[in-house]
Design a protein around this ligand. Sequence first.
Ligand code: APR
Ligand code: PHB
Length: 398
Amino acid sequence: MPRTQVAIVGAGPAGLLLSHLLHQVGIRSVVLESRSRAHVEQRVRAGVLEDGTRQILLRCGVGERMARQGLVHEGVNFAFEGSLLHFDFPALTGGHTITVYGQQEVVKDLIRARLEAAGEVWFECEAVAVQGLEDRPRVVYRAPDGSQDALEADFVAGCDGSHGVTRACLPASVRRVYERTYPFAWLGILAEAPPASHELIYVNHPRGFALFSMRSPTLSRNYLQVRADESLDGWPDDRIWEELARRVDRAASLTPGPVREKGLTPLRSLVVEPVQYGRLFLAGDAAHVVPPTGAKGLNLAVCDVVVLARALQDYYRAGDETALRAYTERCLEHVWQAEHFSWWMTSILHRLDDRFEEGMQRAQLRALRRSEAARRYLAENYTGVHTSVRYVEWVPLT
Ligand code: APR
Ligand code: PHB
């Protein structure tokens, strides 16, 4: 039976970065990914890297293309009540910025780094069970030819996202799931059209939330708040552009273009506690889910795996299990911080159809306009001062 030190389920940002960090300190891993390489590299997801995430990718040697092609932004904007409010990140945070760089580009960079280092990333290998969690873990998986096999390991990292299998491997007797679902979804498009603005614009509009982002000077990434039960069938491209134009109003100029990708994203907040059991450790969306409003998903995955990689290094280097035992406590610190920020951003920007909630929204948006301290709170959370920036010095693991 094949064996490795750390079996990693999932080749998203969490699994791939964990495998890369472990490789850099001589710890062997195998990444099992249910989909093909082409699929995971083309999957359009979010696109904002916190300042800490940018620095972590650069420090562990996978940030060169991001540094060349990523768009460094010194702020974002809120449009509400007919005017624009700019958040000057460097001024508010002592120099921190964000980088706009598609998540699938991070995945491509990590896959390339792993394969160039002869790393083992087994595509089209779907994990179907994780057994022996207390002492001799093994991942049972379905191979590309449909046969079933098992990979033995010292540890298993569940990095298989919000629809994976590893979260359910925590015994129901210990697993607690805290969840909020929102009564709306995001309809997102990737279009061959110039961005509405040079910086992101989050719009709180009576017709509903909209977000104007980008991937390059010729590729825009825009989102609309729609009903939670919405269907793409009711949203032909021209209707999407019309609604985006209504909501952006006079905040920016919109140039429609061919839509390359269209999708619906449900919004929910979710936290699993604990994020470990025996020799299984969850990281990324397997452990927590955030609404995309705060652009935290990828950045939280990075935080988790830096903590886990460091704890595994302590074990293999000195047999010290202290950090492994403290993994849940350490991760939940940054997870709940980001969960709150993502919930808060969602609550102040979306149309809620509740008079009291909309009164709360108006008060908070006006406070942001009036108070530099309030803008500093938002800027610190958005750039990762309380999340990824805290882990920059941990990388590279030494
Ligand atoms: N076996 C093997 N691989 C699996 C299985 C399985 N049973 N189930 C899921 N996977 C794979 C998925 O195909 C995906 O490639 O696990 C990977 C999980 O990746 P992500 O969903 O990207 O999760 P994560 O790495 O934690 O990154 C979180 O990704 O989904 C976004 O919004 C999320 O930005 C956040 C980021
Ligand atoms: C994106 O560019 O895809 C994006 C940006 C900010 C968000 C969510 C998504 O809050």
